[in-house]
Structures are given as structure tokens and as C-alpha cells.
Design a protein. Structure first.
Length: 133
């Protein structure tokens, strides 16, 4: 326990201190705003700080198990192959870790314009707005 007091909140699997609280402070939850995370892990983290938001997450499998079983795959699972949910929202926050950049091929930029991007250590929050074509 003494070591925990020295290290503090630290994710040993990712070898980093979580920056989710700072990232969550950028996100506002309204009916015209979607929050999309690159993984169930990020969805669980954000859900703690943003309980009033509907958070969508990407996952390659049609089911969730273990520590992620609390997530509702029927309402919140977003598969890369499915049609995008962007048309229902004016803004989308896309939240991901550095190693999840490969998931960024979800073609948000085909439907929306990147407005701003923030990063905290290896954690990113990209804000997209409705594109006018």
C-alpha cells in the first residue's frame, strides 16, 4: 500500500497515469452531441466522469465480457463496418489513446469536419462538427 501511495493512480497495463479526468472536462453532454470512444476501456473511464452522456464505443466483437459487461452492446456498440451515427448529431467527440490511432479509420472526416484536437499525454479528444457539403 505504501507503493500505491507513492505511485498514485497508475495503469500498469498501459504504463501511464490516466488523463481521462482532464479529457472529460472538455466534453459537454447534450442531445445533439455524441461521444465515441475507440475502445470499451475508454468508454468505462469516461462513463465515470460523464454519467449523463450516452457514450458509444468501438469493439470488434459483438459481445462484451469481463469488466466491460456493464456496457450495453445493443445501444452503445459501434462497429467500424456499420453505417455511421454522425448524421444524428451536430458534434462528435472522438476519444482515444495513442495506441488506438489505428481505429481512427472510422471515416468521421467523410461526414464531419475536425474542429479541434486536444491531447493529454497519450490520450486524445478530437471534436468534429457537421460538415456542410
Amino acid at each position: 500500500i505504501a507503493q500505491l501511495a507513492i505511485v498514485g493512480n497508475y495503469n500498469f497495463q498501459k504504463l501511464q497515469k490516466p488523463q481521462i479526468k482532464q479529457a472529460a472536462s472538455l466534453i459537454t453532454c447534450e442531445s445533439n452531441i455524441a461521444v465515441l470512444t475507440a475502445s470499451p476501456y475508454s468508454a468505462v473511464e469516461l462513463g465515470y466522469y460523464l454519467p449523463e452522456c450516452q457514450i458509444f464505443y468501438m469493439h470488434d466483437k459483438p459481445y462484451i465480457s469481463g469488466g466491460y459487461s456493464m456496457l450495453n452492446p445493443d445501444n452503445n456498440l459501434f462497429k467500424k463496418s456499420q453505417s455511421p451515427v454522425y448524421s444524428d448529431y451536430e458534434f462528435v467527440y472522438y476519444v482515444y489513446y495513442d495506441e488506438e490511432k489505428d481505429n481512427k479509420d472510422i471515416t468521421i472526416s467523410n461526414y464531419m469536419t475536425l474542429i479541434e484536437s486536444h491531447h493529454y499525454d497519450s490520450f486524445y479528444v478530437d471534436t468534429y462538427g457537421a460538415a456542410s457539403f
